[in-house]
Design a protein around this ligand. Structure first.
Ligand code: FE
Length: 359
């Protein structure tokens, strides 16, 4: 084997090219252009199912995907450090607040795509400008309420606004108020309430805390189940993970707590996004847009959403996820306030949190 590595490699690459040419011809793409194309993806999402999704993109277009994985902050820092020399073409981030921050730092390139305009509801994308749209949400997660039915009445936790009601004094638990998941929710609630009522609402949340904010969303769910907290906020996919878990202690948690999709009678439950944007200094803008359009296809939507127990954003696409169904995630009214208000209100909300003493 070690005698003829070059020949072997040549044969393998010829075989690969033949397959590539075949698949590219089938999909009507010129293989001469496609075979040397590489798309650089900077991703803060990493689920095993994403791999299948990317392989399918390569099969469809002949464009190879090179991925840099990191957490959201790491990817943003890397993009900033690399500047104009960055090889990044597409950036995948989680949460509207993080998208807004990266966007405000000029890390994204506005794009125009009739396909994306048609497929993805405008309220799940950045605000359009004459240059186009920067980020687009490709999956949503709901920010739901979890409560202990032994200590809290369902009717007292039907809305986000009620979480500030003195009735819930000493019962509320959340992760840090400054975490993007909370910042995004608060930015939309305060957009509707206005500054004065919004501040009073945040003050009310702080007054109702069972303990200073700490931990992640799953920690809040567990703290409700253990009796430390009576009511908490969490993203829906953390609940779906517990529902799917085969650990007895996770089953016990889900037997003990109840889940509410808030504001069903009014504005709808707040949903946040995981999404993508073309990198500011992409040298492959056409391929980057092509990838974004691929993410809106029913095939990719299924993987993108199900990979993390989320909901698809493309119009008319539905997924079958029994864990989400089990908590009512197949049938709820989602808030349609434009997530671009998150960008607009971010600084203000942070200042209001400081004033409220919300850690
Ligand atoms: Fe999360």
């Amino acid at each position: 084997m070690s005698l003829r590595p070059n020949r072997l490699r040549r044969q393998l690459s010829q075989a690969a090219l033949a397959v590539l040419a075949l698949s590219s011809t089938v999909f009507g793409i010129n293989p001469a252009n496609a075979q040397d194309k590489v798309l650089h993806l900077y991703s803060a999402r990493h689920y095993p199912t994403d791999e299948v999704m990317y392989q399918n993109f390569t099969k469809l277009t002949g464009i190879q995907i090179k991925r840099v994985d990191g957490d959201d902050a790491g990817i943003v820092a890397r993009l900033k450090a690399e500047g104009a020399a960055s090889p990044a073409d597409v950036v995948l981030l989680v949460d509207a607040a993080r998208m807004a921050v990266a966007d405000a730092q000029g890390l994204f390139r506005p794009i125009k795509s009739a396909k994306l305009d048609a497929a993805i509801p405008a309220h799940l994308r950045a605000a359009p400008t004459p240059e186009g749209v920067t980020w687009t949400g490709f999956s949503t997660r709901a920010r739901v309420i979890v409560y202990d039915p032994l200590r809290v009445e369902a009717e007292d936790v039907a809305t986000y606004e009620q979480l500030a009601d003195p009735k819930l004094k000493g019962l509320l638990c959340t992760r840090s108020g400054s975490h993007p998941y909370n910042l995004s929710l608060f930015a939309t609630v305060i957009e509707r309430l206005g500054d004065e009522k919004g501040q009073a609402w945040l003050n009310g949340l702080v007054a109702n805390m069972a303990r200073p904010p700490k931990g992640g969303d799953t920690d809040q769910i567990r703290a409700v189940a253990s009796g430390e907290c009576g009511v908490a906020l969490t993203n829906s996919y953390y609940i779906a993970r517990l529902v799917k878990s085969d650990k007895p202690e996770d089953r016990k948690v889900m037997e003990r707590v109840r889940v509410v999709f808030p504001n069903q009678a009014t504005t709808g439950t707040h949903v946040n996004i995981a999404g993508a944007a073309v990198a500011r200094h992409s040298k492959n803008v056409d391929a980057a847009i092509q990838f974004m359009e691929f993410l809106a296809s029913p095939f990719a939507q299924d993987y993108f959403a199900n990979g993390n127990n989320e909901f698809p954003t493309a119009k008319g696409v539905t997924i079958d996820n029994p864990a989400l169904k089990a908590i009512g995630g197949d049938n709820f009214k989602a808030d349609t306030i434009p997530l671009s208000v998150v960008a607009k209100n971010l600084t203000k909300v942070q200042q209001m949190l400081d004033r409220a003493g919300y850690k």
